[in-house]
Design a protein around this ligand. Sequence first.
Ligand SMILES: [Fe+2]
Length: 460
Amino acid sequence: MLFDKTVILAFVLALALAFAGCGGNGGNDQGGRGDDDSVGDDDTSGDDDVTDDDAADDDAVDDDSIDDDLIDDDAVDDDAVDDDTVDDDTVDDDTVDDDTVDDDTVDDDSIDDDTTPIDCNAVITRQPYLQSVTQTGITVMWGTDIPGDSTVEYGLTDALGQTVYLADQQIVHLVELTGLEPQTTYYYKATSCHDETTVASFRTAPLRDTPFNFTAFSDNHCHAEIFGPFVDMMIGFDPDFAISVGDTVDDGRDPTQYDPCFFTPAQELFRSAPVYVAFGNHEHFSLTYYGLFSFPGGNNAHFSFTYGNTFFLGLDADVPYIPGLPWYKWLVDQLSSPEAQNAEFRVMFFHQPPYTEGWPGYDGDWVVRLFILPLMKQYHVDVYFNGHTHDYERGWDGTIANYIIGGAGGDLDVWARDVAWDLFYASEYHFLHVSVDGATMTLDAIDQTGQVFDSYQIVH
Ligand SMILES: [Fe+2]
């Protein structure tokens, strides 16, 4: 019996010691659940200490996906250092702008570098006029009263849809549109600051064999009362472009003349038909005035371009095109180029004529007579347009047709002498409308009543 009690007592004692051991470990808490202390936290829930390593973060060092601290390293931003896509701080690096430094396309701050300006107040004072059209591009220019930015919206419908924006603030605005389709109508409008134009349209240059038409005039001077009604007639022909043979103002050194004499009377024409000007003596080489234009090649004193099947070349004949001088070489290079020689027609226009019947004290320009006229014959120019004399003259010397079309506004001259090859003379106001269709060029002189008073064809 004693043995039996000893064995039983030992078994009960051992069992009691085993239970006592389990209870002692539970009191130290080195990794269990239900943590509510403030030092040495390493559990996965219920965290309220200063060293955070769990998914419910409420301390000052953040290393989880719920951000409520001062150092941001997640996708929800509520602190002072921004490195995410939701911006609510003072340093902007996202696409939603609500700060004081602007680097995006939605602007509501005080530093502007996007397409919704708020910090300029220029007003458009010179409506858009087109320059230098090609099959794939065109230049849009306009003017403002004070410096402002430049936007052209354009597209294949009047809904527009594409935008070119230039942030540089200018008074003379120049925007080049590129990547256009040939022989295509585009719509556009211009904006500077908060001022925008109505929508107008233009056509890109046609393919080589497509018929086209243009208008040509000279010596409008400062007679908008004559020039303006002619512009209305020109628009009636829906010309592809316009040529001026100079004396667009009385004095190019006077910037107050540019708009009332030239741009304003013609604004409805120039907004849809690019204008090319061969400057005359009355522009006086004014750099201010030259700066209002952008002709092909970047030199507004002389330029060339091809439109359809025809090569055009304009000169400021106040420049001495004399052998040995660079301008003469330029002219030879242009006329002898494959572009010129492969064209169906070659047309030149420059202000001073080699000969004229219509000015008592002036019978023509000797530089033109001696040096330019022989080049035109040598390189088979078909026709050239002059002004300077305020009348209408048409001639043919056996190799080349010549025109004086100086009747767009300046006081008329009277007949003074006979030039053997001049075939038609009229001292009256007029402009010229020219259409080209394949190997036929038709030139119509139109008077103030809208009547064609002289019509001529060049047929190859
Ligand atoms: Fe003139």
